[in-house]
Write a protein that binds this ligand. Structure first.
Ligand code: ACM
Length: 535
């Protein structure tokens, strides 16, 4: 259960964040410039660790003459990935890097039949060029993320840097361990703008995360416009934790997030949390309440006090309308219906509610995801359960989830004492909560999704997700400080083969990301567990 720590007054928190940002800025400005790398980064210094790395041969160097090549037959998506890559390289190299269908060498992106899978790729680097080959544009995009990390960190800067821009020689063959590699952002407890969500999507893409779960409704705010129930957003979205102005996404806003995410090969997973966590909806429409009386809006951080009225027919008209409109905005496969912490709903009512609501998700062409309490009801065929327990969660609860998994329910693993990005790193972390414990970087990384839940078949595990709840977070630098450096570790658990797992090697690869985050302006926690470069 999510509980709140003592509330730091808002102004103090804001000042604290500003100081953090200032400190981070001072650090990168004040530090001596890193010595020019005589050698390119080793081919295996990549997060998430690639499936296979064969270093060898002389390096490739990007120069003023380099072109970004696509085949004449390349479609829109391949050209878009090529333009995205050039867009990253041009500001820092200062080179023109034209896109072309002509010539030889350079940086080539090509589609080819092969055993890459929908997201895999091969990256070959030799003196005459770098070629990224995949069987789908998503694979080219992921290969581009790898190429970024093989170049000096300064490539991420927005102004011309000295270079040289050298990529080690050799071949990487890569594909993901799991199809579902997610992050969740809670836009209900505090609202985040379209621009802030896009910024986070760009950060997720760096580490090949391909699902963004948006927690669009909770007690404190309803964040998505629903035409048939307009007060959900206009009133239910009008505040947030601490009493700020809140906000919501118009349908155009939401479509823009979906569109942008698609250009980063990230699928949106919208969540409407039900039947609990619904005070914002109940406050917006009196008729949704069993007693016909709307409660006030809520700006605190307690959980478990609200419930939709399970035995009122209007509840299902409401849910049908919301799911219909949300499904129409959602090209992705999934619709998350929450189902956690329904402490004000009886067990019988919970089962009744889930039996009625899950078919509505199917009716509008989507697949159910629910928090793992859904396994206490009857998960629909094909549903995914998102496990958010702890090491210390009782055996009976774990077995309930494992039994569902043996029965065909897929699992997304989000153990709260490992991958809840809102947990404090140490007792001194200025942001975040600690109800699931303190979660330093090593603890967050050092577990295996394939064997994590006793009694659950490895084949039931569809992947991992790193949720970020926003009770204490108000700005992008807050999001980043909690996500970095833990998020890349979760991404690696989702992408890399189990055989590559190992903290000692990982922490070195992770440390090499720090200068990239400095270059990108990403705020992060300089964990003492990580051997950050000192240059
Ligand atoms: C949750 O943290 N209540 C899913």
């Amino acid at each position: 259960m999510r509980r709140h720590h003592s509330t730091t007054p808002r102004l103090t928190r804001v000042l604290g964040s500003l100081l953090l940002v200032a400190a981070a800025g001072a650090f990168s400005v004040g530090a001596a410039p890193a010595p020019r790398a005589a050698e390119p980064a080793p081919l295996d210094r990549v997060v998430p660790a690639p499936a296979s790395v064969e270093p060898g041969g002389a390096p490739y160097r990007i120069t003023a003459a380099t072109r970004v090549r696509v085949d004449g037959a390349a479609g829109f998506s391949v050209r878009r990935v090529a333009a995205y890559l050039a867009g990253i390289l041009r500001p820092s190299t200062g080179y023109r890097l034209p896109l072309t269908e002509q010539g030889e060498g350079g940086i080539r992106l090509r589609l080819a039949k092969g055993s890459f899978g929908p997201e895999g790729y091969r990256l070959n680097s030799a003196p005459d060029g770098v070629t990224i080959t995949a069987s789908a544009p998503a694979g080219l995009f992921h290969g581009v993320q790898t190429l970024r990390q093989l170049l000096p960190a300064a490539v991420e800067r927005g102004t011309v840097q000295p270079g040289p821009w050298t990529v080690a020689g050799g071949t990487i063959e890569d594909h993901p361990r799991y199809a579902y590699r997610g992050a969740m952002l809670d836009v209900s407890r505090h609202f985040f703008t379209v621009g802030q969500v896009k910024r986070y999507i760009d950060q997720l893409a760096l580490y090949k995360i391909n699902e963004l779960h948006l927690h669009l409704s909770d007690d404190q705010g309803w964040r998505i416009a629903v035409d048939s129930w307009p007060r959900l957003a206009s009133y239910g979205g009008s505040t947030e934790v601490g009493g700020g102005a809140g906000g919501h996404y118009t349908k155009a806003d939401y479509r823009e997030i979906v569109r942008y995410a698609a250009t980063r090969y990230v699928e949106l997973v919208p969540e409407i949390d039900m039947p609990g966590h619904t005070n914002a909806a109940l406050a917006s429409y009196a008729r949704l309440n069993c007693d016909g009386t709307a409660p006030p809006l809520y700006t605190g951080t307690q959980v478990g006090f609200s419930s939709l009225c399970v035995n009122k027919p209007v509840t299902y008209d409401f849910v049908d309308d919301v799911i219909r409109e949300l499904a129409a905005l959602t090209p992705g496969r999934y619709l998350h219906i929450g189902g956690d912490e329904a402490h004000s709903t009886s067990h019988a009512d919970y089962v009744t509610f889930m039996d009625r609501v899950q078919p509505l998700v199917a009716k509008y062409g989507k697949t159910v995801i629910g928090w793992h309490q859904l396994t206490g009801a009857t998960p629909a065929k094909g549903a995914l359960a998102q496990y958010w327990g702890l090491d210390g969660t009782g055996a009976a609860e774990k077995e309930q989830v494992a039994a569902a998994a043996r029965n065909g329910t897929g699992l997304v693993l989000s153990p709260a004492d490992r991958v809840y990005l809102d947990m404090k790193y140490t007792k001194d972390t200025p942001l975040g909560l600690s109800w699931a414990g303190l979660v330093e970087v090593k603890r967050s990384y050092d577990w295996d999704p394939g064997t994590y839940l006793p009694g659950a078949p490895a084949s039931a595990v569809r992947g991992v997700e790193a949720p970020l709840w926003s009770e204490t977070l108000t700005r992008s630098s807050d999001i980043e400080y909690m996500a970095f450096p833990r998020l890349p570790g979760v991404a690696e658990l989702g992408w890399s083969p189990a055989a590559t797992h190992g903290w000692d090697a990982y922490k070195v690869r992770l440390a090499a990301q720090g200068p990239r985050w400095d270059a990108l302006g990403i705020t992060y926690y300089r964990s003492p567990q990580v051997p950050w470069p000192t240059g």
